[in-house]
Design a protein around this ligand. Structure first.
Ligand code: AKG
Ligand code: FE2
Length: 230
């Protein structure tokens, strides 16, 4: 299988991969989605506070108005293959993206937890959005590792909606002051990094899901963590 990474931006580091998912894989995921109960998305905040269901419904200051659910890697061989492909694209060992029973091969790692989260399946209807945010959170000040989300792979499952672009408003380059705006296309992936190579968090990775004004948007988030976390 041939995948081409197109550089969209160097600051933040963002890439596009067309046809990352085949039509059959997209159909499989959409089928999974039709059998799941999507919940109103929460974000959590720095203090670890998660909105209560009542707060989720009523708070007009909400930054994220979509619905989501989680799909584990073990759900099907197709989902497992998506994790393997994601690992290839990020040039990391796919075994790091699942639970490991011992440390023997990775003696420098502090944890045997998977470095990837479950897939997050997200649905936006008309008017729904996720305002500009970072994907990293902040660890407690006394956490010796200060681990954070490292990379995000966005996978678009449909296209043709009005609005719904993914945008990076702090895109920094010599040619334009406009934001970087990416239109959803079926099967396309966007890979971006929330951490810089030196381990600092990348403020320029600030990004938003623009409101869908007509139609609907389906997407998957695959989040990976830096290897040093508790
Ligand atoms: O929907 C998108 O385009 C981006 C979603 C996102 O940034 C997130 O869920 O963290
Ligand atoms: Fe995000």
């Amino acid at each position: 299988m041939n995948l081409t990474l197109k550089v969209l931006s160097c600051a933040p580091r963002a890439f596009e991969i067309e046809n990352f998912l085949s039509r059959q894989e997209v159909e499989h995921i959409v089928q999974l989605a039709s059998g799941v109960d999507l919940k109103l998305s929460s974000t959590g905040d720095i203090t670890g506070h998660k909105e209560t269901p009542k707060e989720l419904q009523t708070d007009s200051r909400r930054t994220r108005t979509s619905y989501n659910s989680w799909v584990p890697r073990e759900k099907s061989p197709i989902i497992d293959a998506i994790y393997r492909r994601a690992a290839d694209v990020m040039r990391i060992d796919e075994a790091l993206l699942r639970h490991r029973s011992d440390h023997t091969e990775w003696t420098n790692l502090t944890s045997t937890k998977p470095l990837a989260e479950q897939l997050q399946l997200v649905h936006y209807g008309p008017g729904q959005e996720y305002t500009a945010h970072h994907d990293f959170g902040f660890s407690r000040i006394d956490d010796q590792f200060q681990g954070a989300r490292f990379g995000t792979l966005l996978l678009y499952l449909n296209e043709g909606m009005t609005g719904g672009e993914t945008s990076f408003p702090r895109w920094s380059n010599a040619e334009t002051f406009h934001e970087l705006s990416i239109k959803p296309e079926v099967g396309k992936a966007v890979l971006f990094y929330s951490q810089l190579p030196d381990g600092n968090l990348d403020d320029l990775s600030h990004h938003a899901a623009k409101p869908v004004t007509d139609g609907e948007k389906w997407l998957i988030n695959l989040w990976t963590w830096d290897p040093i976390y508790d």
